[in-house]
Ligand binder design. Structure first.
Ligand code: AMP
Length: 249
């Protein structure tokens, strides 16, 4: 079934988990299956760094050292992205929220309390909410993978800058070492995928993001999924639990 034939409306879905757990890979696959966008705050920030925007200049040093970008900057960026027209059937938030402050901001946003004035005006004009899946409760999916495997996933990760394909030098190497199988472009390693920065990113995850998982557990919105195994196996698990959760909503 193609994405356009598939009428499944997932509403707002959060993909959570430690660095390297496979959030981006899963988001890309689910995006293709359901025809809803992946909203990755890491990708949006890297886009800002690449274009040397004001936000990018503020974020680069923090990102390179594995620290989080301040909440208000990321929240502004997410609000802007969520005001675009492609989110009405749902979306996959990848890498956001990463702090309790961001989670509380998102709860308020989805409840309609802090939508930008321009978006609120648009909604009144259209007689409807443009906030994606506003009628569906948010579902938070937390993926779990064992520490040493996370380290291999991160330090072995290589990305094609042209088509976005993701490889792993240990687990899923390209046919020709260092080049994309699909378009032959030299693969790149993210600046923050070194072992040293991985430790800092794990520290940020454990201290700042793990409480977000507990926040959604307390709200009864958390689905925990085993992230070990092939990407296809994990996608099957994620798809199944989300569809079950939505059929009970
Ligand atoms: P990611 O691609 O999700 O691993 O994110 C890469 C880096 O971008 C992180 O290590 C942070 O520096 C920054 N970043 C991404 N998402 C957020 C967020 N929600 N809040 C703060 N910083 C973020």
């Amino acid at each position: 079934m193609t994405a356009t034939e598939n009428k499944f409306r997932p509403g707002p879905i959060l993909l959570m988990g430690a660095p390297g757990v496979g959030k981006g890979t899963q988001a890309k696959e689910l995006m293709a299956r359901w025809g809803v966008p992946q909203i990755s705050t890491g990708d949006l920030l890297r886009g800002n760094v690449a274009s040397s925007s004001r936000l990018g200049l503020q974020a680069k040093q923090l990102m390179d050292s594995g620290q989080l970008v301040p909440d208000h900057l990321v929240e502004q960026m997410v609000a802007q992205r969520l005001s675009e027209g492609d989110v009405t059937a749902g979306y996959l938030l990848d890498g956001f929220p990463r702090t309790l402050g961001q989670a509380e901001w998102l709860d308020r946003y989805l409840a309609g309390e802090n939508a930008p004035a321009s978006l609120a005006a648009l909604e009144v004009e259209a007689g409807q909410s443009t906030r994606a899946g506003a009628s569906l409760p948010l579902v938070a999916v937390s993926l779990r993978v064992e520490y040493t495997r996370l380290l291999r996933r991160i330090t072995g990760r290589r990305i094609c800058p042209r088509c976005g394909s993701i490889y792993n030098t240990y687990l899923q190497p390209p046919v020709r070492d260092g080049f994309c199988d699909l378009d032959g472009t030299p693969l790149q390693r993210r600046d923050d995928d070194s072992e040293v920065v991985f430790e800092d990113r794990m520290h940020a995850y454990e201290t700042l993001t793990a409480p977000v998982v507990e926040h959604y557990r307390a709200l009864g919105r958390l689905l925990e999924i085993d992230g070990e195994g092939s990407p296809e196996t994990v996608t099957g698990r994620v798809e199944q639990v989300i569809q079950e959760a939505r059929s009970q909503a």
